[in-house]
Design a protein around this ligand. Structure first.
Ligand SMILES: [Zn+2]
Length: 217
């Protein structure tokens, strides 16, 4: 039986040369012949309606593209090529793409909000990390403890606020800096021992007062 793939592999170089020449010649021909150019444009249009804008064909193509991507996504050569291609494309159509993105954002505000919400629910650790980074950057402080350490500190309370000894549940306890960040010097380091889980009411009562053990009742 005729092996299409094998034939293609064997004639790859030859075909490449051939089509290059063919396309060049055709391009020259079309350039000098406005009638042929118009005709070609029309055939293209017809083909577009038949294939590119055909929902069935679109669906099939998307399926095929996905399959191809799944097969090749770990391939380094494919990754490199794709990256290069995307970069070129972004540069070429920058204005158009920017506008497209903006339009999508404006038209899908609710959808985007929903997606963000779902993501935050699914990945609380990512959100916590992000919050911590933001807090540290905003206040020019350095937080050296990890997410895991903070989670452990939360677990150790069993949901009980260490200040008022009321049970509020782990999810209701929020991070409090023993030495308030509003009074921290630039670049002050906060370790896990410098933060504590407090309930919301204690956290707001404490305000900016510097905690010392004598004050705790
Ligand atoms: Zn409390």
């Amino acid at each position: 039986m005729f092996d299409k793939k094998k034939w293609y592999e064997e004639h790859k170089e030859h075909n490449k040369e051939y089509f290059k020449k063919y396309n060049k010649e055709r391009h020259q021909k079309l350039k000098n012949n406005p009638e042929a150019k118009r005709k070609r444009k029309e055939t293209r249009k017809e083909a577009d309606i038949k294939y590119r804008h055909n929902p069935k064909h679109k669906r099939e193509k998307r399926k095929w593209d996905k399959k191809y991507w799944q097969k090749n996504r770990r391939d380094s050569e494919y990754k490199r090529k794709k990256k290069e291609y995307n970069k070129k494309r972004r540069e070429k159509y920058k204005d158009k793409l920017d506008e497209q993105c903006k339009r999508y954002r404006d038209n899908n505000k609710d959808k985007r909000r929903e997606t963000r919400k779902n993501y935050a629910k699914k990945h609380p650790e990512v959100i916590r990390k992000h919050c911590r980074k933001r807090r540290a950057m905003k206040n020019n402080i350095i937080e050296t403890f990890s997410d895991k350490e903070w989670l452990q500190a939360l677990k150790n309370t069993f949901g009980v606020c260490p200040r008022c000894n009321k049970y509020v549940g782990i999810s209701k306890l929020s991070l409090d800096h023993t030495h308030p960040i509003s009074k921290a010097v630039q670049g002050q380091i906060y370790t896990i021992d410098d933060v504590q889980p407090l309930c919301n009411s204690c956290n707001s009562k404490k305000n900016n007062k510097i905690e010392n053990n004598m004050e705790v009742k």
